[in-house]
Design a binder for this molecule. Structure first.
Ligand code: AVI
Length: 327
């Protein structure tokens, strides 16, 4: 069995106080902006992470299930394209659920590098993976990939291996397209000349399907959205009255994105970060976007970032795509 490695720390890792201070500044700037916005990372405190888990199991939220189906059906072919002795890198690895489908088929991977901001989760996941795949060298890296991608120190053989990034879950869709291209460019830089990328992305479809996915009947997505205000009250001493806001999500077919908003139901004032913010009746706080791509458009973004499309896999309904790119 390969020895369990400690979690390496990447650059830009802030102390909890520094991270909270940066978030406070982003919140303040967002509430002063027109339209008002809040940073999407506010979603993922413990309650938000639990609610998102629940979202992934909702009947209406086809996203996670469909990507899983595609991976289950084609993981063998995906692993063959990645090839033997590859160094597999996963930015935002979380629970590293989907990568197991690849690991089940990969031939003699040089190492697996999960990258996440939660050192605790990384240590737990690395330990689980080392038990499940005793031959696998797991090199966990604590880093915020949204602030630049990097790699931990690697042995010579892992360093020289072909590098392939795995970025599932349509996380790329939560970035505005110029930021998405910038991230793809960053991935291309890190995987280097012989590198590859396996990317999962949600596709454009009947807007009523999209509408339902972000407006589930049980109100889990509404609770997920409103939890942002609960968090602002708890962590930043804000005075949001949650009942004065309505979860409002819709698909904008011109901008090709689902937009999530919290709309003020009446005119009122809120104190946040020591400042008064006036909300008009009907005024929105824009909390998230989830872009939906056509295969050609996504591949165009990848090309712009220096990644060449090699193969794509879709479900029968063409609702979701997993695609492989090479430099
Ligand atoms: C994490 N991300 C891909 C989800 C999405 O579908 O954009 C976040 C989400 N927000 C509401 N439902 C799901």
């Amino acid at each position: 069995m390969t020895a369990l490695r400690p979690v390496a720390r990447g650059p830009h890792i802030e102390t909890p106080e520094e991270a909270q201070e940066r978030l406070r500044r982003e919140i303040h700037a967002g509430l002063r902006a027109n339209p008002k916005t809040l940073p999407p990372k506010l979603f993922y405190d413990d309650t938000g992470a639990r609610l998102f888990e629940e979202i992934t199991r909702l009947d209406e939220y086809y996203v996670t299930r469909t990507e899983h189906e595609i991976m289950a059906a084609h993981a063998k072919e995906m692993a063959a394209l990645i090839g033997p002795n590859a160094l597999l890198i996963e930015p935002g690895s979380g629970e590293a659920t989907k990568v197991r489908m690849l690991l089940d088929h990969l031939e003699n991977p040089a190492a697996y590098v999960p990258i996440d901001i939660s050192a605790e989760q990384l240590a737990r996941v690395a330990s689980e993976l080392t038990q499940e795949y005793p031959y696998l060298d797991v090199i966990p890296l604590e880093a915020d990939f949204t602030r630049g991608l990097c790699l931990p120190e690697l042995s010579d053989s892992a360093h020289d291996a072909r590098r392939v990034a795995f970025f599932p879950g349509t996380t790329i869709g939560n970035l505005h397209p110029p930021q998405a291209v910038a991230l793809l460019r960053e991935i291309a830089r890190v995987v280097g000349p012989r590198g590859g990328l396996l990317l999962g992305v949600d596709l454009r479809k009947d807007p009523t399907i999209l509408h339902a996915a972000y407006n589930d009947a049980r109100g889990v997505t509404a609770a997920f959205n409103k939890n942002v205000l609960v968090r602002l009250n708890r962590e930043f001493g804000a005075t949001f009255d949650i009942d004065r806001f309505r979860h409002y999500a819709y698909y904008n077919p011109v901008a090709n994105r689902v937009e999530m908003h919290l709309v003020s139901l009446e005119s009122h004032e809120v104190i946040a970060d020591g400042e008064r913010f006036l909300f008009e009746q009907g005024e929105a706080i824009w909390t998230a976007s989830s872009y939906k791509y056509s295969p050609a458009e996504l591949e165009g973004c990848a090309r712009e970032a220096g990644l060449v499309p090699r193969k794509r896999w879709c479900d029968d309904r063409r609702w979701f795509m997993v695609a492989f790119f090479e430099i």
